[in-house]
Ligand binder design. Structure first.
Ligand SMILES: C=C(O[C@@H]1C=C(C(=O)O)C=C[C@H]1O)C(=O)O
Length: 436
């Protein structure tokens, strides 16, 4: 504080200490203000509570400006392990009320749990005229969430009503219409989604739902972000851009099949997916887009010649892992801005596909199929495509799932595919057997 008073401008306070592990889903659920929860596929967990700084923008073109803010934090001596979190909507023209197109935050209290231990960091901007009491007041609710009473585990549901937007029948008609549009040659592929709204008798128990997501999806990134209008959460398998020690990892993930009840049936579904030329073309469009988008920033790109199978609890996909060297460590921000939305969640070519979606989907995608993740001051990052997700407010949750439509897509098969994808969130909500 003395330092800020002397220098006459904002100084950063950032101190870390080792702490014991805790049930972080419970701490997260108890905190009423801005909160961030993220567990990586590898198991590392990041919990952020309260705000030291936030950034809100109306479109994705501002992402590269973050490098300047991060440089200032680095110059001020803030630890390289401190992270910035947030994400963005699928499109700046498809927003949910209360959710900006781009929102990034530097959480005030950060818990990072890895295999080597658990660390708590407090990050605060100290103004020249700062009064110590203000900081106590800001931190108080966070410590209350840490120490709050632990509650008995609560079961979810069952839902009292649910509504599909559009209806199952109308969605199939939209798929047929999109396929006909594609056959006319205007587009190669478009990803159409459904919104399913479930209403419950009681407020939804966030801790239970998060714990279910974590237990049921060990290979996905389980995330939750709380804004002024509810919580957006999910368990997504799709990496948009992950950086570690200057190596960038991303993936093409497109092409879907159900999981079989027996290993034989499972293998049959996988084989049919592998041999389907429509799916191969759909997958290739995604990989090509990613390669082109990375060109200015990443060298030594490595990827397998053929896609690999990625098996998830409710669905299996064709998967092309892609890695390369980031030419300049700073480049993660423009890469995130440039990569999304990929053809895996929009279609191909991307821009007309997004327009088609905006004109034909009867709901706002908001942050579904947008981006969620974090970047550290030191340059490591993990940004995911926000799939298998839902937006929860009190008694209600809106779930989303979409499918890549090509000229010869079968509406009924696509409807079933969207059902398996919805099952990630439905299982976390303890809705038995999904909704049909
Ligand atoms: C759009 C979704 O999934 C995307 C679409 C896929 C497909 O069309 O095969 C596969 C994986 C994801 O990239 C979703 O889960 O909502």
């Amino acid at each position: 504080m003395n330092r800020a008073r002397k220098s006459g401008h904002i100084e950063w306070f950032a101190k870390s200490l080792a702490i014991p592990p805790a049930r972080w889903s419970a701490v997260y659920a108890r905190f009423p203000g801005f909160g961030w929860f993220f567990r990586s596929p590898g198991g590392d967990l990041r919990l952020g509570l309260g705000l030291a700084r936030e950034w809100q923008w109306a479109d994705r073109s501002h992402w590269p400006r973050m490098e300047e803010y991060v440089r200032r934090l680095r110059d001020a001596g803030v630890s390289h392990d401190v992270w910035i979190v947030g994400g963005q909507a699928f499109s700046a023209q498809s927003n949910w009320p209360g959710w900006p197109a781009v929102y990034l935050a530097l959480p005030m209290v950060q818990v990072t749990e890895t295999k080597t231990g658990t660390q708590l960091t407090v990050v605060l901007p100290i103004a020249p005229d700062a009064v110590p009491e203000t900081y106590h007041r800001r931190l108080e609710p966070v410590w209350q969430a840490f120490l709050g009473p632990s509650e008995e585990p609560v079961a979810v549901g069952p839902p009292s009503s649910w509504e599909s937007q559009p209806s199952r029948y109308d969605w199939m008609a939209k798929v047929a219409e999109a396929a006909a549009h594609i056959r006319q040659g205007a587009l190669q592929k478009v990803v159409l989604a459904r919104e399913v709204t479930l209403t419950f008798g009681d407020a939804l128990p966030l801790e239970t739902i998060l714990e279910n997501l974590l237990a049921q999806n060990p290979d996905a990134a389980s995330f939750a972000i709380r804004g002024p209008e509810g919580v957006f959460l999910g368990a997504t398998p799709e990496i948009l851009a992950r950086a570690h020690g200057g190596v960038l990892e991303t993936m093409g993930l497109a092409g879907s099949a159900p999981r079989g009840l027996t290993p034989e049936e499972d293998a049959r579904y996988a084989e049919a997916m592998r041999r389907d030329p429509k799916i191969a073309a759909e997958h290739q469009a995604v990989v090509t887009h990613i390669r082109e988008a990375l060109q200015p920033w990443v060298s030594d790109l490595q990827l397998p010649a053929e896609p690999i199978l990625k098996k998830l609890p409710t669905v299996q996909h064709l998967w092309t892992p892609i890695r390369g060297r980031i030419d300049e460590e700073a480049a993660i921000w423009p890469i995130v801005a440039e990569l999304g939305p990929t053809p895996a969640v929009a279609g191909y070519p991307v821009s007309p596909a997004v327009n088609y979606i905006l004109n034909h989907e009867p709901f706002q995608r908001g942050w579904y199929a947008g981006t969620v993740g974090w970047s550290s001051v030191g340059g490591d990052a993990e940004w995911m495509v926000a799939l298998r997700s839902g937006w929860m407010r009190d008694h209600r949750i809106r779930l989303y799932a979409g499918c890549g439509i090509m000229g010869d897509s079968d509406p009924e098969a696509e409807l079933h595919e969207s059902d398996w994808k919805l099952n990630t969130m439905l299982s976390a909500l303890e809705v038995e057997g999904g909704l049909k």
